[in-house]
Design a protein around this ligand. Structure first.
Ligand SMILES: *[C@@H]1O[C@H](CO)[C@@H](O)[C@H](O)[C@H]1NC(C)=O
Ligand SMILES: *[C@@H]1O[C@H](CO)[C@@H](O)[C@H](O)[C@H]1NC(C)=O
Ligand SMILES: *[C@@H]1O[C@H](CO)[C@@H](O)[C@H](O)[C@H]1NC(C)=O
Ligand SMILES: *[C@@H]1O[C@H](CO)[C@@H](O)[C@H](O)[C@H]1NC(C)=O
Ligand SMILES: *[C@@H]1O[C@H](CO)[C@@H](O)[C@H](O)[C@H]1NC(C)=O
Ligand SMILES: *[C@@H]1O[C@H](CO)[C@@H](O)[C@H](O)[C@H]1NC(C)=O
Ligand SMILES: *[C@@H]1O[C@H](CO)[C@@H](O)[C@H](O)[C@H]1NC(C)=O
Length: 793
């Protein structure tokens, strides 16, 4: 009964709104908008839909109820649009000419749509709208959750499963050219409420027989609970000098500024002491981030992206490889003649040195095939190996009263290694450990002889045998020396009870690192991987993103921390639904913030008159300057003394971070001013842009610019997204929250105040450039995507 009453009231209200529209009294839900139309030419574009005769309907999502610091990021299911609209457009086409978006607390709580006049907008500094993806479906479409068909399409921000609207296979559509569903995801973040989402005359998002809408919002609750969290509290603490508690990794570990901060460090999804927190903040012993290493001496010209990045790690790696050095040397920045990173050299006195060079260098690592190495095993045996391009000279020694042996490229007998066994009778080759789980007790199979005994000596109870062998194994069961990937060989060794080869008395393992004498031997970390985990070290995740290499993209060459789970310090990967962006020892307050996402869809009827159509459909066109990482980090311009930069460990002092350019007296002068830049280059074909909205986050976005760069139009500006920052005068305008932004989109068309649309022909190069401030503070999880609509004719 109550439900029917509610519905009746809804119907009544709708009738009232329609009446309003007819009288021309309705206005935009969020007030007037700015449009960066390109020219403006003194005549502003008319952003007032109602004045142009467009109609609208409103919808509310189911309730979002969150704790302080909590992430809400999940689909809210199928939600009907008003029945009058469904009935009116059954078997017809609706032309959606734009939409407005808000987040509102409703009266009574939990019952949206009953008293829309009493809706209270939730300030963006209470609940940060990170982004949303919304859809409208109809009689001929449905939402499905499928695995992401295109790894480059990270419009759902990299999740392996994504929601998609698809055609229902069986239904009979009016016109196969008219879409059966539409997606809404333009200027879809903190900027969404005051960023215009609408199209010039004659363009729209067309949909056949609409009946449902859907939303997957991503929201982060940042309202300081000490300031209250109900509709009556909206005008409390509007100075925003008092953000709530933040985890230690927020704001790159630099803390909330003394003078306060208009934005919350939580909105950037810092990894934290509950999940993924970085060892530079939470200590080397933290279970929230684990780094695995595989240190290796290589015979390639460079370590590539496996360079060891600091001196202590270099010296420790050399030590772990069993190389005893007489010197650990850290070069001063700018030294030439030594490869970047970690190297080992032989000194004139015959000893070794480990060298760490912090500076990028053109000097290459040794690729020599002439190498030598030795190791002594705990069981009292020793092996020495000298290689040239064809042969291996192998020296093995052990006790003369028992058998002893060495197994190549193995850490356990179960690796079934090629093995050389030596006793008083001679030298034998075998493949041992060939019987699976019984391997420990398995003598294995004798192999054909492939070694030549060069010499045998017995002295002081020790037998030493020198052998030579071709590098290439005689059969596939004989070991083949191959140092193209790793110039080192793991070994196992054992000794027996007597001369008779039988069950071993003792065994151990060791590593022979093969160095090139008198050359630069590079030590790299070729198996480095990072695991982000819960507070107790469980539920770990490891990933490497599809970041684009130079010259097309900048993230890889700038070593942006977003690209892999080793460096990752903040953003979506730490911000999953239900997580709390606080440290484990910080309180979860009980007070819930309860609200709804609200959309106002503006529409016209779609009309066909012979060849003439009232509206052309506008498909979505989506690119990321941070291709295809879905987000990226803006590190602070400089490492502060004693404060390592999460994601850029051991970044040197007084050196601008990658992507940063500064002017003035930096880092400490008052006039120091730094800007972080990323660029992306790609091509498009036969495309006509009608709408271009950027997506970037408060509080450091300077600009996002899109250029064409074809012959005759070199670096010609197509669209400039300049954020309009809130001034904090929220009693005058509730959407004017200090430091938060709106992004006036670019529009092209025949309307007054717009420039005509531009046709971009085959293979037109485009360039996107994104600038952010980073003088004193960095930002995790920033975005720089182009959410555009256009036609392909
Ligand atoms: C408003 O915020 C202040 C803290 O700045 C707090 O002491 C007060 O209780 C809040 N008022 C309400 C109604 O929550
Ligand atoms: C070099 O550094 C390693 C690792 O810290 C250490 O074990 C070793 O003793 C050092 N050698 C010298 C000669 O300082
Ligand atoms: C490789 O070393 C073997 C001896 O171990 C020697 O006979 C041979 O000439 C060497 N080959 C080259 C190319 O140096
Ligand atoms: C050593 O063994 C690993 C597997 O355990 C194998 O992948 C690798 O190719 C081997 N290396 C050589 C040089 O045989
Ligand atoms: C680790 O923490 C998770 C989440 O709090 C919990 O479900 C799990 O039982 C814990 N595991 C261990 C081994 O403590
Ligand atoms: C623009 O195109 C020119 C000519 O192809 C090229 O040299 C230049 O690097 C391009 N600019 C950018 C920013 O990619
Ligand atoms: C807020 O805006 C109103 C209207 O423009 C203006 O009268 C008022 O002075 C402003 N308040 C502040 C603090 O800037």
């Amino acid at each position: 009964m109550a439900v029917r009453k509610g519905l009746q009231k809804l119907v009544l209200l709708l009738a009232v709104w329609v009446a309003f529209i007819k009288q021309g009294n309705a206005e935009n839900m969020n007030g007037r908008y700015l449009v960066a139309s390109g020219s403006n030419q003194g005549v502003p574009f008319n952003d007032d839909y109602a004045s142009k005769g467009h109609e609208y309907f409103d919808v509310w999502s189911p309730e979002l109820a969150t704790h302080y610091g909590e992430v809400f990021w999940t689909d809210q299911g199928n939600n009907p649009i008003p029945k009058e609209i469904i009935d009116r457009f059954k078997g017809k086409v609706m032309a959606i000419t734009g939409y407005e978006q808000d987040q509102v607390m409703v009266t009574p709580t939990g019952k949206p749509g009953l008293n829309p006049d009493l809706d209270v907008s939730v300030p963006i500094n209470w609940a940060y709208n990170h982004h949303y993806m919304a859809w409208m479906t109809g009689d001929h479409s449905e939402m499905v959750r499928i695995s992401n068909p295109d790894p480059k399409d990270v419009s759902d921000h990299g999740s392996p499963m994504r929601w998609m609207a698809v055609n229902k296979p069986t239904s009979k559509r009016l016109d196969p050219k008219i879409p059966t569903s539409q997606m809404f995801s333009e200027g879809n973040g903190g900027e969404s409420r005051k960023s215009f989402h609408g199209y010039p005359d004659g363009y729209a998002q067309l949909i056949d027989s609409p009946n449902m809408w859907h939303i997957t919002p991503m929201q982060i609750d940042t309202r300081n609970r000490d300031c209250g969290v109900t509709p009556k509290d909206v005008n409390n603490c509007t100075n925003h000098v008092n953000p709530g508690p933040e985890p230690r990794q927020a704001r790159y570990g630099l803390g909330i500024p003394k003078e306060g901060s208009p934005y919350s460090g939580i909105l950037e999804c810092p990894c934290n002491g509950r999940y993924g927190g970085d060892p530079s903040i939470y200590g080397e012993g933290t279970l929230t981030k684990k780094i695995n290493h595989h240190y290796t001496c290589i015979s390639q010209p460079s370590c590539g992206n496996a360079v060891i990045g600091n001196a202590p790690e270099c010296f420790d790696a050399v030590y772990q490889l069993g190389l005893l050095v007489s010197k650990n040397i850290t070069l001063t920045p700018g030294t030439t003649g030594v490869p970047v990173g970690c190297t080992v050299q032989s000194l004139s006195d015959g000893t070794l040195s480990a060298t760490y060079n912090p500076t990028a260098s053109t000097t290459q690592c040794s690729t020599s095939v002439q190498r030598y190495g030795t190791t002594a095993f705990e069981v009292g045996t020793k092996i020495g190996i000298t290689l040239n391009s064809t042969m291996a000279l192998i020296t093995i020694s052990g006790p003369d009263d028992v058998w002893f042996g060495v197994g190549f490229n193995a850490t356990h007998m179960a690796d079934s290694p090629y093995t050389i066994i030596i006793n008083s009778d001679g030298v034998y080759e075998r493949q041992i450990g060939t019987c699976g789980s019984e391997a420990e007790h398995c003598p294995g199979d004798a192999l054909d002889t492939s070694v030549t005994v060069v010499s045998t000596t017995v002295q002081d109870g020790k037998r030493t045998v020198v052998l030579s062998r071709p590098l290439k194994g005689k059969t596939s069961k004989h070991y083949t020396f191959d140092i193209t990937n790793e110039a080192q060989i793991p070994f196992i060794s054992a000794i027996g009870y007597s001369q008779k080869f039988d069950y071993h008395k003792a065994h151990s393992s060791g590593l022979v690192v093969l160095l090139a004498h008198g050359e630069q031997n590079c030590i790299c970390d070729i198996g480095k991987s990072g695991y982000m985990c819960d507070n107790n070290g469980t539920n770990c995740d490891t990933f490497v993103k599809n970041c684009v290499p130079a010259p097309d993209g900048d993230l890889l060459s700038q070593q942006n921390p977003t690209c892999n789970s080793i460096q990752y310090a903040g953003g979506l990967q730490c911000c999953k639904h239900g997580r709390i962006m606080l440290d484990a020892d910080q309180e979860i307050r009980p007070e819930l913030l309860r609200y709804h996402m609200k959309f106002r869809f503006w529409f016209q009827e779609y009309k066909v008159d012979g060849e003439q159509v009232s509206h052309y459909d506008l498909p979505r066109i989506y690119y990321q300057t941070e291709a295809w990482a879905g987000e990226y980090d803006i590190p602070p311009a400089f490492a502060a003394p004693g404060k390592p930069i999460p994601g850029y460990p051991n970044w040197p002092a007084n050196t601008p971070t990658p992507g940063t350019k500064c002017s003035g007296d930096c880092p400490n002068g008052k006039d120091c001013d730094c800007v972080h830049t990323i660029v992306f280059r790609w091509t498009v074909s036969n495309m006509r842009l009608i709408y271009a909205g950027g997506h970037c986050h408060a509080p450091s976005c300077i600009s996002l610019n899109l250029y064409r760069n074809d012959t005759g139009h070199e670096m010609e500006l197509l669209c400039s997204q300049m954020p309009v920052y809130g001034s904090g005068n929220v009693t005058h305008n509730k959407y004017d929250e200090l430091g938060y932004l709106a992004l006036p989109p670019c529009l092209w068309g025949n309307d007054k105040g717009l420039q005509p649309s531009v046709f971009l022909g085959p293979n037109t190069p485009l360039v996107s450039i994104k600038h952010n401030h980073n003088t004193n503070m960095g930002h995790y999880g920033e975005m720089a995507s182009w959410q555009m609509r256009g036609t392909f004719f």
